[in-house]
Design a protein around this ligand. Structure first.
Ligand SMILES: O=CN(O)CCNC(=O)c1cccc(Cl)c1Cl
Ligand code: NI
Length: 187
């Protein structure tokens, strides 16, 4: 089971590497890692388990964060609709790739955080508002989906990890809260 002890922190070189594609059929190791990463997110979003296991909450986790430089990430975005039980998005993404993206940008009004960053880094993180994503599932089937708003932001944060990019790399150094014309601020 993955806990906070398994998560590497900024300064660790693996966080700045470009991760390697995974090959199919998946090794038992890569398949298990995908499951373990999703289990971590589920535990981190469960108040009882998060407390018991001393986990920081997360909606995504990329393999480089557990010192595995492979192009895979788990994403678990809870439902944004109180009427709906199931998550907005739940998937283990193997070899994810952004095929196209909107010109329009978006950012979260509260900024972003990262389990590999033990400090608050204030500021807006401008990203594409909408993306077309392809990825492989654990069966090796290619998926092609369009994402927008919060889920699109989270997936971009995870794909950044696969390319050695940290969220604060996108924050405007001059003025962290600068907003470009037309950017969508997501509450
Ligand atoms: O790479 C994944 N993490 O570091 C997990 C912790 N961060 C979050 O859950 C998180 C929080 C706010 C905005 C975004 Cl976009 C994300 Cl991803
Ligand atoms: Ni992160």
């Amino acid at each position: 089971m993955i806990t906070m002890d398994d998560i590497i922190r900024e300064g660790h070189p693996t966080l700045r590497k470009v991760a390697e594609e995974v090959s199919f059929p998946l090794s038992e190791e890569d398949r298990q890692l995908g499951k373990d990463m999703m289990e971590f997110l589920e535990n981190s979003q469960d108040p009882v388990k998060a407390e018991e296991l001393d986990l920081r909450g997360g909606v995504g986790l990329a393999a480089p964060q557990v010192d595995v430089s492979k192009r895979m990430a788990a994403v678990l975005v809870p439902s944004s609709d109180p009427e709906r039980e199931e998550p907005d998005f739940q998937a283990v993404l193997y070899n994810p790739k952004i095929m196209s993206h909107s010109v329009q940008e978006a950012c979260l009004s509260d900024g972003e955080g990262c389990l590999s960053v033990d400090r608050e880094v204030p500021g807006y993180v401008p990203r594409s508002a909408r993306i077309t994503l392809t990825y492989f599932n654990e069966e090796g089937e290619q998926q092609k989906i369009r994402l927008k708003n919060y889920t699109a932001i989270v997936v971009q944060h995870e794909i950044d990890h696969l390319n050695g990019v940290m969220f604060y790399d996108h924050i405007n150094g001059q003025n962290p809260f600068a907003l470009k014309e037309g950017i969508l601020v997501i509450e």
